[in-house]
Design a protein around this ligand. Structure first.
Ligand code: CA
Length: 341
């Protein structure tokens, strides 16, 4: 028996299997669906608080999301709404500072004042009931607002100390509203991102906006090289897309953006009342234009007609999504990543 030949064959097989494993891991990794921690780990801690961002970071998402609104003195603040009364104690602390519509606007407060507010789990300002009753209890523990700069420093610090490369996924909120108050929110956000080293598509940063005119302006007027995502919520939006075919919408977006962010419920034919006719082909049409598709928002406590969160996540695969925003990044990472490795 030629032991030398057998030994060579065994070594050859081992090398081939290592190579195959490497190739298949690489290929499969490319097919991963990106997990974007929506407002942090907001299924477990009050949204857009630094603790919610820290918890999200520990869950190994690809990106953590920041929504940005300007204060009266032009500080970019991480908060979802242009209003304060559904996530903070502003009514209690500044009872006389609401406008005639009864709402308290971030843009009417100095950053120094905003820092005094306590943040809590999202609630209905009239009934004071939380929106998601099984989440973190209302008015328990102490949380505060923070700036975009503070959050970028926080995530970059964690990337250093934990040897990771978690990205940031920044949304410019209501640019037209800001413009009505003589503020150019995009300019300020782009400047802040650039200061922290986020200027190109390689910098692990995505910039998103619902306002199509503004996102095009960011690409064409401000010459941003960032990865841009056009958010889409038909019905809520949006003059440039009204009465246009899905194909035309996607074609237009591809002129200035790198991806789209649709509401996944609008992609589910027959599943619910927000489904849009012809929208189910959106993902394929977007891919034909080399646009990535990152859909919002996957919640384990809002399952539509799905029997479980896993079933909903499985739908993300059959819809061929490239990424999902989720309030429960741990569950999404576990489910979506384990299936690929
Ligand atoms: Ca957002």
């Amino acid at each position: 028996m030629n032991y030398e030949l057998i030994f060579v064959k065994i070594i050859h097989r081992i090398l081939i299997s290592i190579l195959n494993c490497f190739i298949s891991c690489t290929v499969k990794r490319d097919s991963d669906i990106l997990v974007i921690a929506h407002r942090g780990a907001s299924g477990y801690l009050p949204e857009h608080t630094l603790p919610a961002k820290a918890l999200a970071f520990g869950m190994n998402p690809d990106y953590i999301e920041q929504d940005v609104v300007l204060s009266k003195d032009d500080v970019p603040v991480v908060i979802h709404d242009i209003h304060l009364e559904t996530t903070t104690n502003v009514q209690e602390l500044f009872p006389n500072r609401c406008r005639e519509d009864g709402r308290y606007y971030v843009i009417d407060f100095l950053w120094e004042e905003l820092q005094k507010l306590k943040v809590t789990e999202r609630f209905d300002a009239r009934t004071h009931q939380t929106v998601y009753p099984k989440r973190f209890p209302k008015d328990v523990a102490t949380f505060h607002l923070h700036t975009l700069s503070q959050e970028l420093e926080f995530i970059q610090g964690l990337n250093t100390s934990m040897q990771k490369n978690v990205g940031v996924y920044v949304e410019i909120k209501e640019p037209q509203f800001h413009r009505n108050h003589q503020k150019d929110i995009s300019k300020i956000v782009l400047k802040t991102l650039a200061y922290y080293g986020y200027t190109t598509k390689k910098d692990r940063c995505v910039l998103q906006c619902f306002d199509a005119v503004e996102l095009r302006r960011i690409r064409e007027e401000y010459q941003s090289k960032l990865f841009l995502v056009q958010l889409l919520e038909i019905g809520y939006l949006d003059a440039p897309f009204q009465n246009k075919s899905t194909q035309n919408i996607v074609q237009e977006i591809s002129e200035y953006a790198d991806g789209i962010g649709p509401w996944y419920k609008q992609l589910l034919p027959g599943k619910n009342q927000v489904t849009i006719d012809g929208f189910s082909e959106l993902v394929d049409l977007a891919h034909q234009q080399q646009l990535k598709v990152h859909a919002f928002t996957f919640r384990a406590d809002d399952l539509v007609e799905f029997s479980s969160f896993e079933a909903l996540l499985e739908k993300a695969k059959t819809l061929k999504l490239d990424g999902i925003f989720t309030d429960h990044p741990d569950l999404a990472v576990t489910y979506l990543k384990k299936k690929n490795h």
